[in-house]
Design a binder for this molecule. Structure first.
Ligand code: 5GP
Ligand code: MG
Length: 176
């Protein structure tokens, strides 16, 4: 089994990123917005690693993938409920590829005039980027040498499955 990011590495990086977020938002109140479904595992880990940060968490449910392909059409299945105006907002997503999804969500949130807006992702597939989206906190980078294959695990799915894997690997390890 070829594991791209081990459980141990993921845990270490989430702890480091959470420490950075805790430092940057020290003694402030932040509204976290998780992008469902993929980021539920990541969100649960980040919030338990934050220290001295008062936060609320809300979610937006987005769908753009069918199998391993982006449909190119971003669909909002459910929208966040918290008031965003005047808040320090941090968006948490599972993986950024072209950047279209995060770009869409950033515009959605920005239109409600938050005090500040930053983004945080578990995995960055940088070589696939089409939109120049600012990402302030990146846990794991998929180097070009790792390829740009579809990955699963740690919340990331293939048609709804594989989200419970404690590590991240290529889908081809399971489906050929
Ligand atoms: P983007 O809009 O940046 O191209 O794609 C982002 C969204 O597509 C992610 O939030 C995720 O839901 C899905 N996605 C992109 N690449 C992968 C991948 O390798 N594996 C999985 N499971 N989802 C992906
Ligand atoms: Mg997603």
């Amino acid at each position: 089994m070829n594991i791209l990011f081990s459980e141990k590495l993921i845990r270490k990086r989430i702890s480091e990123i959470s420490e950075q977020i805790s430092f940057d938002y020290k003694d402030r109140e932040v509204l976290l917005i998780g992008v469902l479904n993929g980021s539920f595992v990541f969100c649960a880990d980040v919030v338990r690693n934050l220290t001295n940060v008062k936060f609320k968490i809300d979610f937006i449910t987005i769908s753009s993938y069918l199998g391993i392909r982006s449909t190119g059409k971003i669909e909002v299945l459910s929208r966040f409920k918290e008031n965003i105006t005047g808040k320090d907002v941090l968006i948490l997503d599972d993986i950024i590829e072209t950047g279209m999804t995060l770009d869409f969500i950033i515009k959605e949130v920005a239109s409600k005039n938050p005090k500040s807006l930053k983004t945080c992702v578990l995995v960055d597939k940088r070589c696939m980027r089409k939109k120049d989206v600012p990402v302030e906190y990146i846990c794991l980078e998929m180097a070009a040498s790792m390829g740009n294959d579809f990955v699963v695990g740690y919340g990331l799915d293939y048609n709804g499955f594989f989200r419970g894997l404690p590590y991240i690997c290529k889908l081809e390890e399971f489906v050929r």
